[in-house]
Design a protein around this ligand. Structure first.
Ligand code: MSP
Length: 497
C-alpha cells in the first residue's frame, strides 16, 4: 500500500514555532507508523516562498527575496533535522521543477476552459494572502491578523471556481474527500450551502515575487494557487498521487477543501483522500505572536525535555483536532509523571533486575503467557493510528506501561529470588517481552525512546518493515532467551525540577 502524507508548506516570513512543529510532528508520527506496518511512504513537507508577504519581509531586512527565502528555508530544514523529522521530500516553491509544474497546471486549467480575464477590486489581507469579504472583517480588520486590508483594483485572470459548488458539496458530503473531524466537514458544507462561490482571482499584476503566468508574463500566479500545487509536484512525479492524508490547521481549511479540490476537478486529476484538520496551539491562553512575545520555539523545549518529551506533551495534553494551550508547568508535570516515572523507571527497574538476578541474560520462561490483553492493545494501537487518533494510540500504549508497573508491584520479583525461582523467570521474561512490545508501539510515537529501549534489549531500531515482519514482531514470545540486555548509559528520561 502507498501512503502519501503532507503538511502545509510553511511561510518563510518568520522562523518556525511550535505551531508549525505540531503539524509536522503529527505527519511524522503517521509516516513512521505506515513504514512500520509495511506501507510505502512519501512524507512531504516544505516551504511556501512566493507572494507579497514574503517580498515585504525580505525588503524589511534589506535582502533580495531569494537570499531571504534561502536563509529561512534552511532554518526550517535544520529545525526538522533537530527534531528528527523523517520527511522524504522537502519542497520549496522556488524550485525549478515546481515552477514548471505550476505553469503546466495553469495551462491545463486554461485549455480546459476554466480561466478568463477580468478585473478585480477587493480588500486584500497580506497576512492571509487572500481577498476578504466585508462580512469576514471585524471593525474593518482581519480577525486573524488584526490589520486593515489594502484595497486592490487590478486586471487579473479568474478561475471559474463558482461552477464547482455542487460537485464540491457532493464529494465532501459522501466522503470522497473525507474531512475530519466531523465538525470541520460540517463547517465546509455549511459554508458551501449558504454562500455563492465567487470565481477566484488567480493572478496578480502588482506582485513581482511569484511565478509568471505562462500566457501573460505581466502577471504572477496567486501565491495560494502556486502553493497548493506543491503537493501535486511532489506526488505526481513519484507515482504517489493522490495524497492519502493532508494535515493542516483550521485556518487554511477552505483553501484545502474548496479551492484545491476544484482545481484538481478542473484538470481531471484524482482528489486527495483525507484532510485532517487540527486546532491551534495557543500560548498562555493567547494566539502565539511575536508582538505579544509568547512564541514558543520547539528546539528550546526539545533541548530541555528531549524531542520525545515534546512529542509526548503535544499529543497528550490536548486532543488532536481541538485547540490546546502550551503551558510550561503542565509540560513539566506531564514529563515527570509519564516519561520519567512511568516509562523511564519501568525500563530501568526491569533491566536492573535482570542484570542482578541473571547477569543481564534474558531468562527462559517455563510456562506459556496469556497475551490476550497485549493483542487487544495492539488492535487499539493500529486502529487509532490508522484513523489519525494519535492521542488514543498513546493512551493504549500507556495502558501497557501501567500494567507492567502493576505487575512489578504485585509480584515483587525481589521477594521471589528466594521463594520461587521459576516464577521469577516467568515474571522477568514477561516484563522484558513487554518492553519489547512497548518499544514497537512507541516506534512512531516516541522514536528515540523506542530505539533506546530496543538497544537495551540488544535489538535494532525499527524503521521500514514489510507487513510480514510487522505481523511477526507483534507476536508474544519473540524475545530470545539468553539475549544480553543492558541499560543505556544515559537515563531514558531524567527528571526535571
Ligand atoms: N503557507 C501557507 C500554507 C500553504 S499549504 C499549501 C500557510 N503557512 S503558515 O506557515 O502560516 O501556516 C501553516 C500551518 O502551520 C497551519 O495550517 C498549521 O498547520 C500550522 N500552524 C501555524 N501556527 C499554528 C498554531 N499556533 N497552532 C497549530 N498549528 C499552527 O498558511
Amino acid at each position: 500500500m502507498k501512503f502519501f502524507v503532507t503538511t502545509p508548506i510553511y511561510y518563510v516570513n518568520n522562523h518556525p514555532h511550535i505551531g508549525s512543529a505540531y503539524s509536522t510532528l503529527a505527519a511524522d508520527t503517521l509516516a513512521r507508523f505506515h513504514r512500520q506496518i509495511g506501507d510505502q511512504v512519501l512524507f512531504l513537507t516544505g516551504t511556501d516562498e512566493h507572494g507579497a508577504k514574503i517580498a515585504e519581509a525580505a525588503a524589511k531586512v534589506k535582502q533580495s527575496p531569494q537570499t531571504f527565502v534561502d536563509t529561512i528555508a534552511d532554518d526550517y530544514r535544520s529545525l526538522w533535522n533537530k527534531l528528527d523529522i523523517s520527511y522524504d521530500r522537502f519542497i520549496r516553491t522556488t524550485e525549478k521543477v515546481h515552477v514548471e509544474v505550476v505553469r503546466d497546471f495553469l495551462n491545463r486549467l486554461k485549455r480546459a476552459g476554466y480561466v478568463y480575464p477580468g478585473q478585480y477590486s477587493g480588500l486584500y489581507c497580506r497576512g492571509c494572502e487572500s481577498f476578504k469579504r466585508n462580512d469576514e472583517l471585524i471593525d474593518g480588520k482581519c480577525p486573524d491578523h488584526g490589520t486593515v486590508p489594502e484595497t486592490v483594483t487590478e486586471d487579473t485572470y479568474f478561475f471559474k471556481l463558482s461552477i464547482f459548488k455542487d460537485r464540491l458539496i457532493k464529494i465532501i458530503a459522501n466522503d470522497q474527500l473525507a474531512i475530519k473531524p466531523e465538525v470541520r466537514k460540517n463547517e465546509v458544507l455549511s459554508f458551501l450551502e449558504n454562500n455563492d462561490l465567487e470565481d477566484l482571482s488567480i493572478s496578480r499584476q502588482s506582485v513581482g515575487w511569484g511565478i509568471p503566468l505562462p500566457w501573460d508574463e505581466s502577471h504572477t500566479i496567486y501565491v495560494w494557487v502556486d502553493a497548493l500545487i506543491n503537493y501535486y509536484t511532489a506526488g505526481k512525479k513519484t507515482g504517489f498521487w493522490p495524497p492519502t492524508q493532508q494535515i493542516l490547521a483550521k485556518d487554511i481549511l477552505r483553501f484545502h477543501a474548496v479551492i484545491w479540490p476544484a482545481m484538481l476537478l478542473a484538470i481531471n486529476e484524482e482528489l486527495p483522500k483525507n484532510l485532517f484538520v487540527h486546532g491551534y496551539i495557543t500560548s498562555e491562553g493567547k494566539k502565539m505572536s511575536k508582538s505579544i512575545g509568547n512564541v514558543v520555539f520547539p528546539e528550546e523545549v526539545a533541548k530541555k525535555y528531549s524531542v520525545d518529551g515534546l512529542r509526548y506533551y503535544l499529543f497528550n495534553a490536548f486532543t488532536f483536532g481541538e485547540d490546546g494551550d502550551f503551558s510550561d508547568r503542565l509540560l513539566n508535570q506531564t514529563y515527570n509523571a509519564a516519561l520519567s516515572n512511568e516509562l523511564g523507571n519501568l525500563v530501568q527497574r526491569v533491566i536492573v533486575m535482570v542484570d542482578k538476578y541473571y547477569d543481564g541474560l534474558v531468562p527462559a520462561p517455563s510456562s506459556a503467557h496469556n497475551a490476550a490483553l497485549v493483542t487487544e492493545i495492539w488492535q487499539k494501537w493500529q486502529q487509532s493510528l490508522s484513523s489519525y487518533n494519535i492521542n488514543v494510540a498513546f493512551e493504549s500504549t500507556w495502558q501497557l506501561v501501567k500494567l507492567a508497573n502493576q505487575r512489578i508491584d504485585e509480584t515483587r520479583p525481589w521477594g521471589l529470588v528466594k521463594e520461587d525461582q521459576e516464577q521469577l523467570k516467568n515474571v522477568l521474561y514477561e516484563l522484558l517481552e513487554t518492553l519489547r512490545h512497548l518499544s514497537l508501539m512507541l516506534t512512531p510515537l516516541l522514536p528515540d525512546a523506542a530505539g533506546r529501549i530496543r538497544r537495551s534489549l540488544n535489538l535494532e531500531p525499527v524503521y521500514q518493515q514489510t507487513d510480514k515482519e510487522h505481523f511477526r514482531s507483534i507476536q508474544w514470545g519473540e524475545l530470545r532467551s539468553n539475549t544480553r540486555v543492558s541499560l543505556s548509559p544515559e537515563v531514558l528520561f531524567p527528571r526535571h525540577q
